[in-house]
Design a protein around this ligand. Structure first.
Ligand code: FAD
Length: 511
């Protein structure tokens, strides 16, 4: 009897994929917990636990439906370590005459599977994951021959093509983008809903990780694991978001606070990146929430959210498949500094970074502006090596997968691509952080002080960054103003800034 082996990866947990429409004893699925995946970077313990626990559930659910599934656990004696070696062994020993897989999202794994397919005797074929709106090669074609690769033009084209928030060829309200109303500071009196979390017991998997010697960072309460582990959980998280958080999502999308770690963010990225949910169903659900009750969910909230998924997420994937593998090596500013030690401990006197890093260690999560304007901003101002920055982000966040992490980190956050993703570096001094957060109150450093004792490090580093990269940045029309301000300062003032910045850089591990 001819038999097919089908691979399901840890980020391909979509029970609605057409593969599963038919139950056949001629098809065997294989899922592998591999050391090659736990070890390619040091991950947050919750990320490894979450992916393995979700994979185990997925395989159980497939079996209950009648599918044949081979599941190779990390601690199994027969486990050969890498996905490739496990597959090679199965394909050599088993009576399979076909090998099938779903298209990969990561360059690294894609290359590995292509080389495997070239080695094996069986015929092989790849299926679409049917997850994304656009194909891998879409963006290259979309921007072909164009100088600018703006997310906004891609986003508008996709809104039109998909008819999302559209009235014929025009946006429903006549306005494409509500970005300007998505930048409010959190009022003191606002009540923040308690984060909706799960309480799964994953302590058995934690034990396996420990006994296998897998290295990790971060903390976990393994008997009260907070992340969604299957589609049912993911749908409950989506319900919670739409019912409780969406009405204020857009307003406070950029706000930061010591009071809470999740605010009005959906925390859907983990479920989404594992494909438990599809971007389309989330976008449709949010549009429907606005259409059915626009007084409860204002268009600025709905558009603000849809832009993240239909716009940014899809765009970042397009950039990845267009620009890899070169993208992973870009270092426009030639930054070489090691990341400060406190990125791994949270032990810094800067209150904003302490909050962002500690919550990342605690929950494997920080929201977008924390990643961009706190940890990312500091690393860029300080001149940290984008390789180091990439590894940190890829390791620490529960939702971090190369295709979306690297474009966000190297591109949006570190400007290491020289302006493919962003039109200017996302950097700021303390005034932005103070404006958008309550972190500065009670901080060891003074956000108003530019130099001298206890001056907030973001202030002198901001000028140091612009000064040292003048050649690369001053012709950028979005930055010119900054150099005009700098040029108006007296040489003495400039020197004091630069000396203060040098001092801070020399003691960076102790800031
Ligand atoms: P929400 O604020 O609720 O947003 C909704 C959804 O929009 C997210 O779930 C996500 O799927 C999507 N989204 C929002 N912004 C982006 C973006 N810039 N790129 C892609 N999708 C976006 N996102 C990841 O999924 N994985 C990563 O590894 C990752 N690394 C990042 C690294 C840096 C330096 C930065 C600045 C951003 C990174 N992001 C990454 C994007 C974004 O920060 C996260 O998607 C978001 O914080 C996830 O939390 P949430 O689900 O609560 O998002």
């Amino acid at each position: 009897m001819s038999k097919t082996l089908r691979l399901i990866l840890g980020d391909q947990l979509n029970p609605q994929h057409p593969w599963f429409n038919e139950i056949s004893d001629k098809v065997e699925y294989v899922m592998i917990e591999a050391r090659s995946e736990t070890d390619y970077v040091v991950h947050h313990v919750q990320k490894i636990l979450g992916i393995f626990a979700a994979m185990r559930r997925f395989s159980d659910q497939l079996r209950v439906q009648g599918h044949r599934v081979s599941y190779i656990r990390l601690g199994d004696k027969s486990n050969r370590g890498s996905i490739k070696d496990n597959l090679l062994a199965m394909l050599e020993e088993g009576a399979y005459d076909r090998f099938e897989y779903q298209l990969l999202d990561e360059w690294r794994v894609d290359e590995m599977l292509q080389s495997l397919c070239a080695e094996i005797r069986q015929e092989s074929s790849a299926y679409d994951t049917e997850h994304f709106y656009t194909e891998r090669s879409f963006l290259a074609g979309f921007f072909s021959g164009k100088k600018q690769t703006l997310m906004e033009s891609f986003y508008r084209a996709l809104r039109k093509a998909e008819g999302v928030l559209m009235d014929g060829e025009s946006p429903v309200t006549g306005q494409w983008n509500y970005d300007a109303s998505n930048r409010k500071k959190l009022p003191k009196e606002i009540s923040i809903p308690r984060p909706f979390v799960f309480h799964h017991d994953v302590s058995d998997i934690l034990q396996e990780l420990e006994s296998s010697g897998v290295k990790s960072i971060g903390k976990v309460k393994a008997k009260e694991f907070i992340w969604p582990l299957d589609r049912k959980d993911a749908l409950a998280l989506l319900d919670h978001f739409v019912n409780e958080l969406l009405p204020l999502f857009g307003d406070y999308q950029d706000a930061m606070t010591d009071r809470d770690w999740s605010l009005f963010h959906s925390r859907l990225s983990f479920a989404l990146n594992l494909k438990m949910l599809s971007p389309r169903e989330i976008v449709d659900r949010v549009e429907e929430a606005w259409r059915s009750d626009p007084d409860r969910v204002h268009i600025s909230q709905a558009e603000g959210f849809i832009r993240q998924i239909l716009g940014w997420r899809e765009y970042m994937r397009g950039i990845y498949w267009w620009k890899m593998p070169e993208y992973a090596k870009l270092n426009y500013f030639d930054h070489q500094r090691e990341l400060p030690r406190w990125y791994w401990t949270g032990e810094t006197k800067m209150s904003c970074l302490r909050t962002a890093i500690n919550q990342s260690l605690e929950h494997a999560y920080a929201h977008h502006i924390q990643r961009l304007m706190l940890t990312g901003n500091f690393a860029l101002l300080a001149g940290c090596d984008p390789d180091e920055v990439d590894h940190w982000y890829l390791g620490i966040y529960i939702d971090a997968f190369d295709w979306v992490e690297i474009t966000n980190t190297r591109g949006m956050s570190q400007f290491a691509d020289g302006g493919i993703v962003g039109t200017k570096p996302y950097v700021s001094s303390a005034s932005y952080i103070h404006k958008m957060s309550d972190h500065c109150t009670g901080c060891h450093y003074d956000h108003k002080k530019k130099t001298g004792e206890n001056a907030c490090p973001f202030n002198p580093l901001y000028w140091h960054f612009h000064h040292r990269h003048r050649e690369k940045l001053e012709s950028n029309p979005r930055i010119g103003m900054i150099y005009r301000t700098w040029d108006k300062m007296s040489p003495d003032t400039k020197n004091v800034y630069l000396e203060q910045a040098e001092k801070y850089l020399s003691e960076i591990d102790y800031l």
